[in-house]
Design a protein around this ligand. Structure first.
Ligand SMILES: *Cc1c(COP(=O)(O)O)cnc(C)c1O
Length: 390
């Protein structure tokens, strides 16, 4: 089954992979198996599911679907993206070990490493991973993992996945890529040599601001088994209802990403024309500093952009208050456009010096471009700029 499915396009897999009509009733959609436990045929006899902290049939359907999108065995799904990252770190690292992390990375990942795992004697170096030589330069004898995010949150700085995959192959240190921003539809880290792809399914994969969830995808069955064992031991499996909602969202993921990308590109070009806007960052723009790498690594560049307004933090604060269509909120990747002030919201727990070093200044705004008509979004932004200036 894996074989034939792997030849199908993402838009087909997103709808069909991992699912089949319910054998008992014919229900086309995978039911929400809202059950803690499962009747067992007899003592010591095999059964597919025993307890929903370990496995659940609705979650298994989502796992099959997500794995197929990356030509991999079923994914391991978690209660959140952070639960997925925590499981990966628990699986990869032991007391005394070291991980090299891209410096532009989700704030929760920084917090987990700095505030929690540091106390367990796990060391992390945060480096500009857009240059693989800097990653290699951080290696110690105890380096057991390279963890990068590309495009990075929120500056959209890219890492060269082929180069990092090569570094991983030549050194034997596994590479994990947080691919939340582009998803397997636009970027496939495992094909570039990554060992694990990380997803916050909360974002584009669900895509409707309805659930919090996470997933890990790998082609190494033994690693997957260890990750499942950690999930069972700490109790961080996704809830069946969340998995069901995520399965629904997944069906339109390829379609949505096309529109998220074209909307974001249109908005980035529109923002560049506004005199109040100082700087727009979107990988699809020709003046994006790593535009060549962006074009080599992805054909579409996703729904995230960042920009700076003249007048710094105070101007940004006034502007955001005047927006009507774009909501100030701490999520991304859904149909509704959301604006975030990273310095005080998603990256508020990142030390100020680390924020400054990677360019998350107080005037930076991150926009998750939704599926509204781009002209309406631009009009909202224009009006808010006018109102906040007066
Ligand atoms: C949101 C996010 C996470 C964390 O996921 P949760 O589902 O919120 O726990 C990790 N990485 C990236 C890139 C994210 O955007």
């Amino acid at each position: 089954m894996q074989q034939t499915e792997s030849r199908q396009a993402a838009s087909t897999l997103a709808i069909h992979a991992g699912r089949r009509p319910d054998p008992a009733t014919g229900a086309l959609l995978t039911p929400i198996y809202q059950s803690t436990t499962y009747a067992q045929p007899g003592v010591g006899e095999d059964c597919p599911h025993t307890y929903s902290r370990d496995t659940n049939p609705t979650v298994s359907a989502l796992e099959g679907a997500l794995g197929a999108l990356e030509d991999a065995p079923p994914a391991v799904c978690f209660s959140s993206g952070m639960a997925a990252i925590a499981a990966l770190l628990l699986e990869s690292l032991r007391c005394g070990d070291h991980v090299v992390v891209s410096e532009v990375v989700y704030g929760g990942t920084v917090r987990l490493l700095r505030d929690i795992l540091a106390d367990f004697d796990i060391a992390a170096s945060f480096v500009d991973a857009s240059d693989p030589r800097r990653v290699a330069a951080e290696f110690t004898e105890r380096t057991r993992l390279i963890l990068v995010e590309t495009p990075g949150n929120p500056t959209l700085r890219l890492c060269d996945l082929d180069a990092l995959g090569e570094l991983s192959r030549s050194t034997g240190v596994p590479l994990a890529v947080d691919n939340t921003f582009l998803t397997p539809v636009l970027q496939r880290p495992l094909d570039a040599g990554a060992e694990v792809s990380i997803y916050s399914t909360t974002k584009f994969i669900d895509g409707h601001n309805a659930t919090v969830g996470g997933a890990l995808i790998s082609r190494d069955e033994e690693r997957l088994a260890r990750l499942r064992r950690i999930r069972k031991s700490v109790g961080s499996i996704q809830a069946p209802h969340d998995a069901w909602l995520t399965l629904q969202g997944l069906k339109t993921l390829p379609l949505r990403l096309e529109r998220h990308s074209s909307n974001a590109h249109a908005l980035a070009l529109g923002l560049q024309q506004l005199p109040e806007v100082e700087h727009v960052v979107y990988p699809g723009l020709v003046d994006f500093p790593q535009h060549d790498l962006a074009r080599r690594q992805h054909t579409l560049h996703g729904g995230m952009l960042t920009f700076r307004i003249r007048g710094g933090a105070e101007a940004a604060r006034r502007f955001v208050r005047e927006l009507r269509l774009c909501t100030l909120a701490e999520n991304l990747g859904a149909v509704e456009s959301l604006v975030t002030h990273p310095a005080t919201m998603t990256h508020g727990d990142v030390p100020a010096a680390q924020r400054a070093a990677v360019g998350i200044d107080d005037g930076l705004l991150r926009l998750s471009v939704g599926l509204e008509q781009p002209e309406d979004l631009l009009a909202d932004i224009r009006t808010a700029l006018e109102r906040s200036a007066s």
